[in-house]
Design a protein around this ligand. Structure first.
Ligand SMILES: *[C@@H]1O[C@H](CO)[C@@H](O)[C@H](O)[C@H]1NC(C)=O
Ligand SMILES: *[C@@H]1O[C@H](CO)[C@@H](O)[C@H](O)[C@H]1NC(C)=O
Ligand SMILES: *[C@@H]1O[C@H](CO)[C@@H](O)[C@H](O)[C@H]1NC(C)=O
Ligand SMILES: *[C@@H]1O[C@H](CO)[C@@H](O)[C@H](O)[C@H]1NC(C)=O
Length: 498
């Protein structure tokens, strides 16, 4: 909370035209780091775990991964979780965001057979975290669907709702005594658009404009149902919170203040992220998405929209199933109206926009990631205004490089993005209550394999022991967490004449 004297100073400076931002985070602000099961655990067949869609995809198409690698061993966290917790302790984090592997808990996909070895692994991990006063923030689904369920349709099937909610209920029952923050799905855009629309992520289906929308429809219903199960059966005694993680990029109009460009930017925000978040707050797809898909479907001679329609009952069921807004942020795009956007990307065609990142924006190792902290600040303001000032937890933010131990690029990225959060909090009153660095350690970065490294800790993937080494950024983050402040000045103001 802003101290009274600080408010006085801020006011004085405001009337004199000098803008000052406290360098301190609110006293209850939480710092954490994140990982996901498939990217770190390895042990892919051990103790009766079954195959996930990513294992199936990569084993049958090794060429899709840039360095021909896979995550069969990854960081070997299935065996090295005690070391992982030591690293978390050393950083001094408040929370650890990790995910549960569905095929490790339910090898048959369905709840008819629970794999006790898998359950024990997460019990051990959670117990050790609690012992060290680190709050577990648990994602139920971080992209690793059991392959047996994919063979019955995966997210394109209505049955997903039952499969997922049975799995979710089991996890609430097994771990809910110690887990107070749950995430249903991580990044629906990547699941649906990349997995069912563009065919670049598992299960590599490529019917954009139809399957990606169907996937979103089933995913949102599964999320809502899981939220209600938690709300009715578990929240009364477990007293936790549950939400869905959405990746937001910032979409900046290429020509600001030109209405057609402003509309293009909003349209892209709604098609890429609002399509998943608007239902959680208002029960239905964003109006602009409904209108544009319906319009295009009519032009194609279809008798109904390619976008599935929520019934009134579904709208009432989905609306309000979001205890906090969980946001992943990495980068921004410049957007302009266009009638011929990326042809393979139907939902971009429906949005009627194209986007790009100028060459002169600072680059990460990942081609899609350019450094744009200004976009982060604008996004936070937009989220406050669009979703009625929700509590926001940043569930991922980070940058990839080649794995250097002196990772100045990562330090500078973190500094700039934490600064954007401070400015959003103190200038705009955005309610950001937590920040999560992606990632605790270098891990299997999907199509990039081990070439793009996001870790605060380096992992030696040529060493059978998967030796972990602290990077400079880990020492930097540790200092920030300890100081609860961004600079040496620890709690003073920095001022600039506006
Ligand atoms: C479920 O998995 C167990 C262990 O892998 C197997 O023995 C059993 O046949 C499976 N049950 C069904 C219904 O698939
Ligand atoms: C879409 O998938 C089909 C079947 O897997 C494949 O033949 C086709 O080349 C893919 N198209 C694109 C644009 O990737
Ligand atoms: C942020 O939101 C939470 C949950 O609604 C609320 O308890 C808290 O008071 C809010 N904080 C601020 C600074 O508005
Ligand atoms: C944290 O505070 C200490 C002592 O006040 C200071 O030396 C250090 O630079 C600070 N670290 C960061 C990252 O702000």
């Amino acid at each position: 909370m802003v101290k009274r004297w600080m408010a006085h100073i801020l006011f004085l400076l405001f009337v004199t035209g000098i803008e000052c931002i406290p360098r301190k985070f609110p006293s209850d602000f939480k710092f954490g780091v994140g990982t996901s099961a498939y990217q770190i655990e390895g042990a892919w067949t051990e103790d009766h775990k079954s195959e996930s869609i990513w294992e199936h995809y990569i084993h049958s198409n090794p060429k899709v991964i840039a360095d021909g690698s896979n995550a069969d061993v990854a960081c070997d966290s299935y065996h090295k979780y005690e070391e992982d917790v030591e690293m978390l302790k050393n950083l001094g984090v408040d929370h650890y965001r990790f995910s549960i592997s569905w095929p490790r808990i339910l090898p048959n996909g369905t709840a008819n057979h629970v794999n006790q070895n898998g359950v024990q692994y997460y019990r051990n991990l959670i117990k050790l975290l609690k012992k060290n006063k680190i709050e577990p923030m648990v994602t139920l689904y971080h992209w690793d669907l059991p392959q047996v369920l994919q063979e019955q349709g995966g997210f394109a099937s209505e049955k997903l709702v039952k499969w997922f909610t049975d799995y979710a209920r089991l996890c609430f029952k097994l771990f809910g005594k110690d887990v107070k923050t749950w995430i249903t799905f991580n990044e629906p855009k990547q699941i649906c658009l990349f997995g069912y629309g563009l065919g670049v992520f598992a299960p590599a289906l490529n019917k954009s404009g139809e399957l990606d929308y169907l996937c979103a429809y089933n995913l949102l219903k599964a999320h809502a149902e899981a939220w209600h199960i938690y709300n009715n059966e578990f929240r009364p005694h477990q007293k936790g919170r549950i939400s869905m993680v959405v990746e937001f990029s910032w979409h900046e109009p290429l020509l600001p203040d030109v209405p057609a460009f402003e509309e293009a930017a909003i349209s892209n925000l709604e098609f890429m992220a609002g399509i998943y978040v608007n239902p959680l707050y208002r029960g239905d797809w964003p109006e602009i998405v409904k209108a544009k898909v319906a319009h295009n479907s009519r032009k194609e001679g279809k008798d109904r929209s390619r976008l599935p329609e929520f019934s009134t009952e579904e709208i009432n069921q989905i609306k309000g199933t979001c205890d906090f807004l969980a946001v992943n942020f990495y980068t921004s795009f410049l957007v302009y109206p266009s009638v011929t956007p990326q042809p393979e990307m139907y939902s971009a065609r429906d949005a009627g926009v194209s986007s790009y990142q100028p060459w002169y924006w600072e680059e990460a190792k990942s081609v899609w990631l350019k450094v744009t902290p200004w976009g982060f600040k604008r996004l936070l303001k937009y989220l406050k205004d669009t979703y009625d000032n929700p509590e926001i937890i940043i569930t991922e933010n980070g940058i990839s490089d080649g794995g250097e131990l002196d990772d100045d690029l990562r330090i500078s990225y973190m500094q700039q993005h934490l600064n954007a959060i401070l400015e959003a909090i103190w200038e705009y009153g955005v309610n950001v209550s937590g920040y999560t660095v992606w990632s605790l350690m270098d891990s299997f970065e999907w199509l990039d394999g081990y070439q793009s490294r996001f870790g605060l800790y380096h992992v030696d993937f040529s060493d059978p022991r998967r030796q972990r080494t602290m990077k400079a950024s880990a020492r930097y983050y540790k200092d920030i967490i300890k100081n609860r402040s961004l600079d040496k000045t620890s709690g003073y103001l920095t001022c600039s004449l506006e």
